[in-house]
Write a protein that binds this ligand. Structure first.
Ligand SMILES: [Zn+2]
Ligand SMILES: [Zn+2]
Length: 187
């Protein structure tokens, strides 16, 4: 695993190119979620621009999710790109005093900004947040996942169970029925 914190002095005028592997201990993901299979490979560039540092890059690899239907774990490719700026809070204050800018001047492009701390740029928070944001709201192991039997909890992806089939209608079928009756009423 590589260190994810860079000294400002190590950023050359034409930018610092970073390529390294990132493990879950680097990202300090809460409760290990999402899980990382092996490591993620990080490529990024850190550039100085107008007394701010721009960080742009990608994280690639595989993440382990839990399926919302069958609760099984599955692995899916992750291809996460990110962009952020890092500011030295001291610089900022000095500039504000000079130009007397109003409080809360928003970034027009809404790129996230992180502080430069002790003359270093640390990527941990940035990367962790992007990994978490990349997780789908409702992870599914496959579109056709059959989920668990509502009676005995058996995974119907593995085999059918002996329970009586009391499968509820798909919500889409219900929707279609509603549409049909309302269009009949209109006709
Ligand atoms: Zn599933
Ligand atoms: Zn069952």
């Amino acid at each position: 695993m590589g260190c994810l914190s860079f000294s400002l002095q190590d950023v050359p005028p034409d930018g610092l190119h970073v390529a390294r592997e990132v493990g879950k201990e680097d990202l300090q993901l809460e409760e290990d979620y999402p899980g990382i299979r092996d490591v993620l490979s990080l490529t990024a560039t850190i550039r100085l621009e107008d007394s701010e540092f721009w960080v742009e890059g990608e994280l690639k690899g595989f993440l382990v999710h839990e399926c919302v239907r069958c609760l099984g774990e599955f692995t899916a490719p992750a291809n996460i790109s990110f962009q952020a700026r890092y500011r030295d809070p001291h610089h900022r204050r000095a500039r504000r005093k000079g130009t007397d800018k109003s409080e809360g001047d928003q970034d027009p492009d809404e790129v996230e900004s992180y502080p430069v701390v002790k003359q270093r740029i640390a990527l941990h928070d940035l990367l962790r947040e992007h990994v978490i944001l990349s997780v789908p709201m409702q992870p599914l192991c496959s579109d056709g996942c059959r989920g668990l039997c509502q009676t005995c909890g058996h995974s119907l992806n593995v085999s059918t169970c002996g329970c009586e089939e009391t499968r509820t209608e798909s919500p889409f079928a219900v929707l279609r029925a509603v549409r049909k009756s309302s269009s009949n009423r209109l006709a």
